[in-house]
Design a protein around this ligand. Structure first.
Ligand SMILES: Nc1ncnc2c1ncn2[C@@H]1O[C@H](COP(=O)(O)OP(=O)(O)OP(=O)(O)O)[C@@H](O)[C@H]1O
Ligand SMILES: [Mg+2]
Length: 357
């Protein structure tokens, strides 16, 4: 039976009619018997009136009690339970669970209401946890660079500083402010993407040109870290997407690859196309990601290195995933700890979009 159909099943069974009908039939039978009895014994006329009145009074009282019991059992008790649960939720307790009244195959609309209520409370609970986690994460990410700025600023006050020390402290302060500023920019961007304030501007464009530009902007990084960078990109591949949003994805994948690869390692950018999709993969021979960490890398603020010694705030992949979802693209990670990582992105080609629209 479908969920909707089950909803419509009444909480008062049809058998109740039969019960009332048979009871009243029986009662009126007894009434007739009483009348015959009274006639036979020629009782006083007052008793003749009193006995049936008393009898029907008792019958009415019994029926009232039975109906009251039915209403209490059917509506009052479940509603009171729901009211109590709702009150607990209103007070901030999201561990509330109301068990359904019947087994799964006999669910009626009240059972479904309870199940929906439980689901709502669970959702609210997880939203609340996400909110508190988010505040804790943001506070932590802000606190670390702020503490660094404070310390270096205090050191700068020393009168006996050499020029070199001064320069070092100033660059440390500037590094921390850059970190703070990128944190705020990323949070704002993610927030706008999630609340759909950024409407992607879809347009056909050449992905190969964009990939080459992004890769070239990392030249100072691979030169400084002495990382071997290899690129294997086609001449032209038209995709349909928002170029400025997709740039965030390539920049983050490449920055991660360079960040998590030791000097002397290799980073590879590959791009291929088939009829339906353009595939971009970024591989590195870096530290790799454990299977457990792979489950969390797309979570906001997740950083494998919990000491937060590496640069960043753990927002890059969360942003990349959100952007790719908006572009109807997919991202996949393959990694072996100690050997390296490959992120593979698949974006529909412009042709696929034309055919599907
Ligand atoms: N190529 C990679 N090799 C090893 N670990 C990686 C790689 N890419 C991502 N990770 C792991 O996933 C985590 C999350 O990545 P993400 O890009 O979201 O954050 P981040 O790079 O630490 O900070 P941000 O991107 O905000 O600057 C990283 O901290 C790292 O632990
Ligand atoms: Mg990153």
């Amino acid at each position: 039976m479908s969920r909707e159909k089950r909803r419509q099943v009444s909480r008062f069974p049809r058998s109740l009619f039969a019960l009332y009908f048979l009871t009243l039939l029986l009662m009126s039978g007894i009434h007739m018997g009483l009348v015959v009895l009274i006639d036979e014994y020629h009782w006083h006329s007052i008793i003749q009136v009193l006995i049936p009145t008393l009898y029907w009074g008792l019958v009415a009282a019994a029926l009232t009690l039975f109906t009251r019991h039915q209403i209490v059992k059917t509506y009052d008790r479940p509603m009171k339970e729901l009211a109590k649960a709702a009150q607990r939720v209103a007070q901030g307790d999201f561990s509330v669970y109301i068990p359904p009244l019947h087994t799964t195959n006999r669910h009626d609309y009240l059972d479904l209401m309870f199940l929906d209520f439980n689901k709502m409370v669970a959702e609210l609970g997880s939203l609340e946890t996400m909110r508190t986690d988010f505040i804790a994460n943001v506070s932590h990410e802000i606190k670390t660079p702020l503490a660094a700025i404070q310390n270096y600023a205090q050191l700068l006050r020393r009168p006996s500083l050499t020029k070199e020390e001064q320069e070092n402290y100033i660059s440390a302060i500037l590094g921390s402010t850059r970190r703070l500023s990128s944190l705020v920019t990323n949070i704002l961007k993610l927030n706008k993407l999630e609340s759909q304030q950024i409407v992607p501007r879809f347009q056909p464009y050449d992905l190969c040109g964009q990939l080459s530009e992004c890769a070239m902007s990392f030249e100072p990084v691979w030169e400084e870290k002495e990382i071997d960078f290899e690129a294997d990109i086609e001449d032209r591949a038209m995709v349909y997407g928002d170029a400025s949003l997709l740039e965030l994805v390539w920049n983050n994948l490449l920055s991660n690859a360079f960040k998590f690869t030791e000097p002397g390692g290799t980073v590879m950018l590959r791009q291929t196309s088939d009829e339906t999709h353009v595939t971009v993969s970024v591989s590195d021979t870096g530290c790799g990601i454990s299977p457990e960490a792979q489950k969390h890398i797309f979570d906001k603020f997740y950083q494998g290195d919990t000491s937060h010694a590496t640069e960043g705030n753990g927002l890059g992949l969360a942003l990349a995933l959100r952007v790719l979802q908006l572009m109807n693209a997919t991202i996949q990670v393959d990694s072996a700890e100690g050997h390296g990582t490959t992120f593979t992105v698949r974006i529909p080609t412009e042709q696929t979009r034309k055919e599907s629209s």
